[in-house]
Design a protein around this ligand. Sequence first.
Ligand code: SF4
Length: 354
Amino acid sequence: MMDHSRLIPPTLDSMTVADIAARMTADGLAAAHAVTLFRALHSDLPGDLSATPLPPPLARWLAAQPAPLVSHVEQAGATSSDDGRTMKWLLRLADEQRIETVMMGYPGRRTACLSTQVGCAMGCVFCATGQMGFVRNLTPGEIVAQALFVACRARETGGDRLRNLVLMGMGEPLANFDAVMQALAIIADPRGLNIGPSRISISTAGHVPGIRRLACQPRRYRLVVSLHAATDEERTALVPINRRWPIADLMDACREYAARQQRRILVAWTLIAGQNDRAEDARRLVSLVRGLDVQVNLIPLNLTDGYAGATAAAADVTAFQRLLLDAGVPATIRQRRGIDVAAGCGQLAVSDCT
Ligand code: SF4
């Protein structure tokens, strides 16, 4: 599959301080200017380099760099939930592709839900993004630019800092592994957004090679695995990528991640009425995760136009949770956030954000 993100020229916001320094020294400019530029790109007025006074040698070097200097991420629409605590933006990229980014407000802090691809190839049947198919990967700069965009909006709308990131927006993050890791290294830098790995969750539909690569990373990100079913037949019906990486391989990769990273894995389980919300489903899930340090997050299905399944009844959600807890498996029920603006899990797709 052709990845059109490779045709997009590298921008300065796709680079770490070390990358920028290497480029400067190759041009005969002192590497010390790299920190000045990085701060200008990633803090007070991100992207607006003209508003930042820069030392003349750095300004001359910048003027000689090929355009564009930073990723083009332009607001094309915005909606906010009825309670005002969730905002969703439609963002237009340089090639006119569009993505969605979400900000969730909690007391004293904000969390951004970022996209990592335009569309998605995983094809989860209940997911609006999966229903639109894969278009292209995002560049590191386009991922960083979403975080900066939300950080600015957080400051404008109440002053809370952007503290946490979840990579649960459009796309499968582990299928765009190198760009995601580069973006997160930039986002973690204390001279920029300063959001470290312990505050970042990476969600996967079960991309086994990506989980194994994540297991070997020096940075310990939180892994979220969308399981949704405990038999291959049922899981393949919901998450078609299960044909390629069946449950046994997925659980092996999770065990490798847990052993190497020593971090609890979050298991996401979307509850669909009559399909995976029965007592036997809960018991199978308990057997599957036995011996693994996990927390199960139960998500009553968020409805999308392209999927006919129904949300599990509240009583069945509670009963499912009780079964897990009684078996010693920590389980929570996800707060339903942003459902009225289609910003809930599985609802992101470029649509009606105006
Ligand atoms: S749930 Fe995630 S991995 Fe599955 S199709 Fe949607 S965006 Fe892709």
